[in-house]
Design a protein around this ligand. Structure first.
Ligand code: 5GP
Length: 191
């Protein structure tokens, strides 16, 4: 997605060889026009998959995921990282290791909102080692539902996430693929 690549080049900050900061349009401040285009692109890529629900992880996945859900006319469900007082029982839970925080957290989804009838599109902001996407896929499978596909806004193609997901048989589409962050410079890989 050219528009996204351009935004990454203009506004992305390379923190080090492994981490890209995109606080100005995705992870803190959000660019709604760009999110709208991202939603349209995901909807087109997964059009044939019979998606009934979009699932993401709070909080940075929510903006692109809600736009995809809007385009596909299905609900958005986000897994919670912290236990909520109003979300106590009947939960699917998975432990997910956070790439950016370098700690494990237990994420939860209410059983009420996922059933064996669902075909779920998993969306996340970044793909690095694949732990977040895999944890979400395990929650979908706990519900007896099917993973219809995995949509990623920014994939770091030099990290192992994509290969892990492909080896497990998941369909993965990324809107921008980064080949390297070496030398403080973003180099893209072909889509
Ligand atoms: P994974 O679970 O695939 O190792 O990492 C994906 C998760 O870690 C995403 O949910 C995202 O929040 C975070 N993440 C991984 N790499 C980056 C990065 O380079 N920049 C930012 N801002 N977040 C990242």
């Amino acid at each position: 997605m050219k528009q996204l690549e351009q935004k990454i080049v203009e506004d992305g900050i390379v923190l080090n060889e492994n981490v890209l900061k995109v606080d100005s349009f995705l992870n803190h401040q959000v660019d709604p026009q760009l999110m709208h285009s991202i939603g349209q692109t995901f909807a087109a890529l997964f059009e044939a998959e019979g998606v009934t629900k979009v699932l993401t992880l709070e909080s940075s996945g929510i903006a692109p995921a809600v736009m995809a859900a809007l385009q596909m006319n299905v609900p958005l469900l986000f897994a919670r990282k912290r236990k909520s007082l109003t979300l106590k029982d009947d939960l699917y839970t998975e432990k997910i290791f956070s790439f950016t925080k370098q700690e494990e957290s237990e994420v939860t989804v209410s059983r009420k909102f996922l059933s064996s009838e669902d075909r779920v599109l998993i969306i996340d902001d970044f793909l690095a080692n694949g732990d977040a996407a895999l944890g979400l896929a395990k929650i979908v499978e706990q519900a007896g539902a099917e993973v219809a596909g995995i949509g990623i806004v920014i994939e770091k193609a030099f990290q192992p996430g994509r290969n892990k997901l492909i080896e497990l048989g998941y369909v993965v589409h990324s809107l921008a693929r980064i080949a390297s962050l070496a030398g403080g410079k973003v180099t893209f890989a072909p889509n």
